[in-house]
Design a protein around this ligand. Structure first.
Ligand code: C5P
Length: 227
């Protein structure tokens, strides 16, 4: 027998870079029958859009970035709401290293944060969501039904990220270099990346992904109950 339908709700999953938020959130959304939104993908899409202008990052102003963001739209892809660039999916482009290196510069701009937050809130007015990011449980959905904050040892996060990209066991030197990049990005994102006081902290260093998914799904079912 399938579980009873849940009340519409908002589940937020925040945490540092490469803490497994997005893949966990997507899985949780599938289990609950909710829509997944990766807020980081929208910050990445805005960064990719401004990189397309060819303007050097040192000269990016909030006006230029918002102007560039006009090519970004939200579209449903399976169970996820994802950003498109000029109407096309752009997953590879938004995950390239140049975007990753420059996204905190864009994400620090209050006007950009307001723009991304509006996109994400709009989705939540239309459907139940599982949303992941840095400040979803604090700034964007302080009233969320369930808030989770994922943490994991930086070395483990780096190793998982590399295994996903390289599809082989990375060397210690590769893990060390990736750990360095993650720790730098965490520092650049520190202002907006804070666990909500009412968030459930889950340390995933020694957890299998299916265990963390099961925990979050259980929290959501307990909080949202049958429709
Ligand atoms: O989640 P991901 O690592 O893909 O996010 C990319 C970047 O987007 C982060 O490094 C951060 O600068 C920014 N971000 C943010 N607030 C969020 C989600 C992402 O500032 N809610």
């Amino acid at each position: 027998m399938s579980p009873p339908e849940l009340r519409r709700g908002v589940v937020t999953i925040d945490g540092p870079a490469a803490s497994g938020k997005s893949s966990t959130a997507e899985w949780v959304a599938r289990e609950l029958g909710f829509t997944h939104v990766d807020s980081g993908a929208f910050y990445r899409a805005v960064t990719a859009a401004v990189l397309r202008t060819g303007m050097p990052p040192g000269e990016w102003t909030p006006q230029l970035v918002l102007e560039a963001a006009r090519i970004v739209s939200a579209a449903l892809a399976g169970a996820s709401m994802v950003p498109h660039l000029v109407g096309d999916p752009a997953d590879a482009e938004i995950r390239n290293p140049q975007v990753t290196a420059n996204v905190p510069r864009v994400a620090r701009m209050p006007a950009v944060r307001a723009w991304v937050n509006a996109q994400v809130r709009q989705v939540a007015t239309e459907r139940p969501i599982v949303v992941d990011g840095r400040d979803m449980g604090t700034a964007v959905f302080p009233e969320a039904d369930v808030k989770v904050y994922l943490v994991a040892d930086p070395w483990e996060r780096a190793k998982r990220r590399l295994m996903q990209h390289l599809r082989r066991l990375p060397t210690d030197a590769e893990i060390a270099a990736e750990t360095d990049r993650l720790v730098h990005r965490d520092a650049a994102d520190a202002t907006q990346s804070v666990a909500a006081r009412d968030a459930v902290l889950i340390d995933t260093t020694h957890l299998m992904q299916e265990e963390q998914v099961a925990r979050i799904v259980a929290l959501a079912r307990a909080a949202l109950g049958p429709a």
